[in-house]
Design a protein around this ligand. Structure first.
Ligand SMILES: Nc1nc2c(c(=O)[nH]1)N[C@H]1C(S)=C(S)[C@@H](COP(=O)(O)OP(=O)(O)OC[C@H]3O[C@@H](n4cnc5c(N)ncnc54)[C@H](O)[C@@H]3O)O[C@H]1N2
Ligand code: MOO
Length: 399
């Protein structure tokens, strides 16, 4: 048995990978295309929002000191127009949501609380409960010069809206990572292809491409390469030449037919690390071939999925400029007791229900049915003690 100390802890392996991840070149993209990328520089507001004190309701702009009225309505102000004149004591302006208050006004009387008779306005309900009621103050959202999206933050939909409000039509981001997927193994046939005796359908490339679908990537599936060192080396060299990240799948372990590492060496690749203290995913390898980052994922489908979630997806985020590329963790109470953990951190397939997380399915790295029902990975650190039901455990959400 391989002694535990030769296995690299997960967090150390992630840190090493992120430390050597090269940044993709910067680009300016229209707002709609920038969604899901990471800001390459701070995005700074070019205007105040709101640009002035605005009404938040349809009603009347008044002076709070004039309550309880009555008032003389002297003007009408719609959104998109500026008030023509200030209002003086006893005066009110008809105003609509989003319109700027006239000088002198400090409060909005909502129309449901007002009675209008010609230009005469009286209080019909409770009226505003405070000075400044229903007024959105100038720059209460942001002021010109404020940072709207810090460099390295993911550009989520609300941030697209924020950038548009702040005066931006294009955003500084980084290019999409070109990912080449190379599956290896004599036993693999393409999905849907007829099976020769001894063969199975290759599942991992399609699964990983789907896992990356929400990330800024261009995925090329370079197909299945037989367990032949020279053929594998040729395929690796060809695929790496066109990719920012080459992902091999299978052949990462120690068997006589696990040829990825020797084939990578034949191509002149350097190996940064191999074998992680995790289950599944132990045989993961990481290295570089010229400017291309190389990740060698284990072939077992659950191992491939978990190492993709913990290493490939963070690598893509790091190359895309993310300041926090690692998957977020959430602490949830366990739905059932879990045993103590050995020298490899355990990533159990779990399902969240009623605010608790339950292990789901057979926990074997070759059995995909459990993962297919899972929406979380329950993280059990190496050497962690047994936990009773109700104890908290960290999870990564994978759904
Ligand atoms: N003596 C040892 N044997 C193994 C060790 C070890 O430390 N010593 N590690 C085990 C662990 S842990 C894993 S994980 C696997 C990973 O091995 P490989 O990366 O070399 O993967 P393969 O042998 O190529 O395949 C493993 C398994 O997965 C199936 N497979 C492969 N590719 C695909 C694909 N694209 N789609 C679906 N299924 C795939 C393959 O047929 C095998 O059944 O090694 C252990 N062995
Ligand atoms: O990494 Mo392996 O997945 O433990 O079977």
């Amino acid at each position: 048995m391989t002694p535990a100390p030769s296995l690299l802890p997960v967090s150390e392996a992630q840190a090493r990978l992120i430390a050597v991840a090269p940044l993709l070149p910067p680009a300016l993209l229209p707002l709609a295309e920038a969604a899901g990328r990471w800001a390459a520089e701070d995005v700074v507001a070019r205007v105040d929002h709101p640009f002035a004190d605005l009404s938040a309701m349809d009603g009347y702009a008044i002076r709070h000191a004039d309550l309880p009225g009555p008032w003389q309505v002297t003007a009408t102000i719609a959104a998109g127009r500026m008030p023509a004149a200030p209002i003086g004591p006893g005066m009110a302006a008809r105003i609509f949501t989003g319109a700027p208050l006239p000088a002198g006004a400090d409060t909005i009387l909502v129309q449901e609380d007002a009675r209008r008779d010609g230009d005469r306005l009286t209080l019909a309900g409770d009226g505003p409960d405070r000075r400044g009621a229903h007024v959105r103050r100038r720059a209460m959202n942001f002021a010109a010069g404020d940072t709207l999206i810090p460099a390295g933050a993911r550009i989520a939909p609300a941030r697209i809206g924020l950038a548009a409000l702040g005066g931006h039509a294009v955003l500084p981001v980084r290019g999409r990572a070109r990912i080449a997927l190379l599956s290896t193994g004599d036993e693999l046939a393409a999905p849907g292809a007829p099976l020769r005796p001894g063969q199975i359908h290759a599942a991992n490339a399609a699964m990983i491409a789907a896992q990356l679908a929400a990330l800024p990537v261009m995925v090329s599936d370079c197909g299945i390469i037989a367990d032949d060192r020279a053929a594998l080396a040729r395929a690796i060299a060809d695929a790496a030449a066109q990719a920012d990240i080459l992902v091999t799948i299978g052949g990462a372990s120690v068997g006589d037919h696990d040829l990825v590492q020797p084939a990578l060496a034949d191509c002149g690749a350097t190996l940064d690390f191999w074998r992680i203290a995790m289950r599944p995913g132990k045989p993961l390898m990481a290295g570089q071939l010229s400017a291309t980052m190389v990740l060698g994922l284990p072939g077992n489908p659950v191992s491939a999925f978990v190492t993709s979630a913990l290493f490939l997806m963070p690598l893509i985020a790091a190359m895309g400029g993310a300041t926090a590329p690692l998957p977020p963790t959430l602490s949830l109470p366990l739905g059932e007791a879990l045993p103590a953990v050995g020298p490899r951190a355990d990533y159990l397939r779990g399902r969240v229900a009623d605010g608790r997380v339950f292990p789901v399915g057979v926990q074997d790295s070759g059995v995909l049915t459990g993962l297919a029902r899972a929406d979380a990975l329950i993280i059990r650190p190496a050497h962690a003690p047994a936990l009773p039901a109700g104890a908290f455990a960290d999870v990564h959400i994978i759904a």
